[in-house]
Design a protein around this ligand. Structure first.
Ligand SMILES: O=C(O)CCC(=O)C(=O)O
Ligand SMILES: [Fe+2]
Length: 445
């Protein structure tokens, strides 16, 4: 998982109205400001509000004030899963065949500060960067996989990741599965996540292996449907790979009880390449997956843009559903698993939800090929999401500073991929260099 948001440390100054928009403040300062404005709220609630509003103290504060005034539409935690309904019931004419457009062009239905709940696969495909298949596996296959992973999950670990300036533990547990003993070794030695090596890597289990071809086939079909019906001109996106999606590893998460959650983030593209596609299978307790578009900042706006101006969309993920995160997801949207107020216990899993994200680690993005920073470790691949000037440009940067007690070496380099996402060091496949001029400091991304 990627680091969520970042800020540079500065000494706490007086709490002023003007500091509400200061993106450079550290989390501690932001929390202190929020705490002074909402003295009854716990640190946890304040941090959640800050996360939900992309680090904007002003937006977080407004939403906390609204919560306090009892507005029902501003619930931070989700209630138990609702009924299957479709937005199409309310629309006069809405069919994906009639309108082959990118979701970018579709009128946003979600509104600032509100959550739009979607259940229907067509609604989800139309309004989010995802598609979903309900009742994906034959019942016995889904149950066998669930039972196997519940057993595995007894020894999963919490992972540390960087949230603003603080390294925190996510409260849910997870483990990473790869294909062979040799791959376990390379994962443990060559690959870096949040500036450090991963220790908890396991060999893929029989049931994960059994299900993989079905996921592969379904995701490749969904990708083609997406391209034909949703992308401009029926063409794949720029930097999207031409290769069929071929998952070779799986990240498995376990959420035990309604409160275990994961905050808004984009997944790391470092070893998947740009326009990464992920097949995400949900088993056990149904939970809410939330997505929201990352809104770029207009340099003219003097920081008055609201990152939450489109609101968020909740996709309900019942047992045995396959969610495909399509090529626009990691660059243009963020996602989270929201804490729930209540859950419906599952007959096999009880309070637990298992999530498997099948991923396609690309050969040419192996950590031995990707640029190294001055710390001597493979750098992290990111994309400009906020500043309009360089929006959508990819870059490599040092993530060594995510390790407690270590600093970033400030390595920064624009990434160079061709239209099909091949990196420039892949001499056999890379087609044309995209001209990039001038040098730029990481502060302008
Ligand atoms: O649990 C889920 O459905 C999503 C998990 C996730 O976002 C991740 O592993 O990066
Ligand atoms: Fe994720």
């Amino acid at each position: 998982m990627d680091a969520f948001l970042k800020g540079t440390k500065r000494k706490l100054s007086a709490v002023e109205e003007s500091s509400l928009d200061d993106d450079n403040e550290s989390t501690d300062v932001k929390l202190a400001i929020l705490s002074s404005l909402h003295s009854n709220a716990s640190q946890e609630v304040l941090l959640e509000a800050l996360l939900a509003h992309d680090g904007s103290v002003k937006a977080a504060s407004a939403s906390l004030a609204e919560d306090r005034s009892g507005s029902p539409k501003k619930q931070r935690t989700s209630a138990t899963i609702g009924h299957q309904t479709s937005l199409r019931l309310f629309a006069s004419k809405s069919s994906s065949e009639e309108r082959p457009v990118s979701p970018k062009k579709a009128r946003p239905l979600s509104k600032k500060g509100a959550t739009l709940h979607l259940y229907d696969p067509e609604d989800i495909a139309e309004h989010t960067p995802c598609s979903i298949i309900h009742n994906f596996l034959p019942q016995d296959v889904a149950n066998d996989l669930l039972k196997e992973l519940l057993e595995e999950a007894n020894t999963f670990e919490k992972i540390s990741f960087k949230l603003f300036d603080n390294v925190v533990q996510s409260d849910h547990t997870s483990t990473f599965y790869v294909g062979s003993e040799a791959e376990i070794n390379t994962q443990k030695h060559d690959y870096f996540y949040n500036g450090a090596r991963m220790t908890n890597v396991r060999r893929i289990t029989p049931q994960l292996l059994r299900v993989r071809p079905r996921v592969q086939e379904a995701v490749n079909k969904e990708i083609q449907t997406r391209i034909k019906t949703r992308y401009p001109g029926g063409q794949k996106l720029k930097h999207q790979s031409l290769d069929p999606w071929s998952p070779n590893c799986a990240f498995v998460n376990c959420y035990d009880g309604p409160q275990e959650n994961v905050g808004y983030h984009s997944d790391q593209m470092t070893y998947l390449g740009p326009r990464a596609i992920i097949g995400s299978l949900s088993l056990g307790v149904a939970r809410e997956f939330r997505v929201r578009r990352v809104m770029p900042k207009d340099p003219e706006s003097n920081g008055t843009d609201d990152p939450d101006s489109e609101g968020q969309i909740a996709i309900h993920l019942p047992h045995n559903s396959l969610l495909v995160m399509h090529a626009e997801m990691q660059e243009e949207w963020k996602h989270s698993i929201a804490p729930a107020q209540a859950i419906d216990p599952h007959p096999i899993a009880g309070r637990r939800r298992i999530n498997i994200t099948y991923r396609d680690y690309k050969k040419m993005f192996h950590a031995r090929h990707t640029p190294r920073c001055k710390c001597g470790i493979p750098s992290v691949l990111r994309v400009v999401q906020k500043k309009k000037e360089n929006l959508g440009k990819y870059f490599w940067m040092c993530h060594g500073g995510n390790v407690p007690g270590k600093d970033n070496c400030s390595f920064f380099q624009w990434a160079d991929f061709d239209d099909d996402g091949n990196p420039s060091w892949d001499k056999a496949r890379y087609k044309k260099a995209t001209p990039r001029s001038g040098s730029i400091s990481s502060s302008s991304v």
